[in-house]
Design a protein around this ligand. Structure first.
Ligand SMILES: Nc1nc2c(ncn2[C@@H]2O[C@H](COP(=O)(O)OP(=O)(O)O)[C@@H](O)[C@H]2O)c(=O)[nH]1
Ligand SMILES: [Mg+2]
Ligand SMILES: [Zn+2]
Length: 359
């Protein structure tokens, strides 16, 4: 299998290695981009035509994307977004049910939670992040940060093993350096990792620890600042000394899951295992006869919280699937309309068609 070409900015997607100008999006801030190819960096823009022709907003470049470009002096014009090998997405905030990609071509999705109490770590929140982590096509990893101030870090570790079965969990502290080397190894040489999680859990502090310098401001420096806690307003990619690429994504206030229900099945591995014993293969585990999941709930083998969370996440994604079908139909309609107009214009202006008419 052709897996693409390895470069200092990661792996160029297969069959595009020979393109003369391929670069990776390393900074993305409200429609302006920074792209990198080898040692060259360019400020890049998207031509209006490309923006206009993109029917689905999710296909516009995001951090981590591979793009082709044309160089214009010291600037670049993005000409194409290459097919994504993996993409981490959430549902757009608000009533619309569109896809909002957060990072493309990632190998490791590091879900950061803070052990300093409060809402910086909840099992239900973690399940949501894990769902989009699995759905991205990359491998999720859980980072339990602020180990230095945790009451009982090892107890949390055991709890997390239940919430995130089969997922690597790393206990870290950006303050005393615990686990930072393990995190560095996990991200590894020439792989792309993204840090996601609620605001204030220490994503920027961990990035600084991995980079060995304070490149990003953490929230502390902004204390008393009215603009508040959301220090990271854009996404950036960093090269970690010794190997690996790291994306520090903006903190998410709300996490609406995106993707299909496979992600949920991966997060709730024990429920998936019980479900193999259900009488009906399409059992929704919501009151059907002969349901092995319900049975496990009765015997206490399955926790009620996990079960309810599972049903809720499945419901959200199933609802999304019906909306997405409708949207896909609409987009296909738009594409056909654009194509129809193109053919009509062509016929109108092309001499061959005029000749035929006059014959
Ligand atoms: N005690 C402790 N504080 C931390 C740790 N990591 C980050 N912090 C603090 O938590 C706050 C939020 O950190 P920041 O990196 O900005 O969080 P982000 O919003 O996830 O990027 C700052 O005041 C950091 O100094 C840690 O491991 N231990
Ligand atoms: Mg930050
Ligand atoms: Zn069932």
């Amino acid at each position: 299998m052709n897996t693409g070409m390895n470069t200092e900015w990661g792996i160029i997607p297969a069959s595009y290695e020979q393109e003369p100008a391929v670069a990776r999006v390393i900074n993305c801030n409200r429609g302006t981009y920074k792209i990198a190819a080898g040692d060259s960096h360019f400020n890049a823009v998207l031509p209006g035509r490309l923006r206009h022709d993109t029917v689905n907003a999710a296909d516009l470049p995001v951090i981590g994307d591979w793009v082709t470009f044309e160089q214009m002096d010291d600037r670049a014009i993005i000409t194409q977004v290459l097919p994504r090998r993996t993409v981490l997405s959430r549902k757009t905030v608000g009533a619309s049910s569109g896809e909002q990609p957060l990072a493309a071509h990632v190998d490791v999705v590091c879900i950061v939670m803070g052990l300093d109490g409060g809402r910086n770590y909840t099992a239900r929140g973690l399940e949501r992040y894990l769902t989009i982590g699995w759905n991205s096509g990359a491998t999720p990893v859980v980072i339990l940060n602020k180990a230095d101030v945790a009451q009982d870090p090892h107890e949390v570790l055991i709890e997390t093993e239940v919430t995130a079965p089969g997922v690597k969990i790393i206990l870290t502290s950006a303050v005393d350096g615990t686990g930072v080397e393990e995190l560095r190894e996990t991200i590894g040489r020439s792989r792309t990792a993204v840090l996601i999680g609620p605001s204030g859990v220490g994503k920027s502090a961990l990035t600084n620890a991995l980079l060995g310098e304070d490149v990003i401001r953490t929230n502390e420096t902004r204390k008393g600042d009215k603009r508040g806690r959301h220090t990271t307003t854009n996404s950036r990619m960093y090269r970690i000394p010794g190997g690996g690429l790291l994306i520090d994504a903006p903190g998410l206030k709300e996490l609406h899951v995106w993707g299909d229900t496979d992600g949920v099945d991966a997060v709730f591995e024990e429920i998936t295992a019980f479900a193999r014993g259900c009488r009906f293969s399409d059992c929704a585990h919501d009151g059907e006869p002969g349901c092995a999941v319900q049975e496990a709930l009765q015997t206490g083998e399955l926790s009620e919280e996990r079960y309810l969370s599972y049903l809720e996440l499945r419901r959200e994604l199933e609802f999304l699937a019906t909306r997405t079908d409708a949207r896909a139909k609409h987009q296909e309609h738009l594409r056909q309309k654009k194509f129809g107009k193109m053919v009509k214009d062509l016929k109108k202006h092309h001499p061959k068609y005029h000749m035929k008419k006059n014959e």
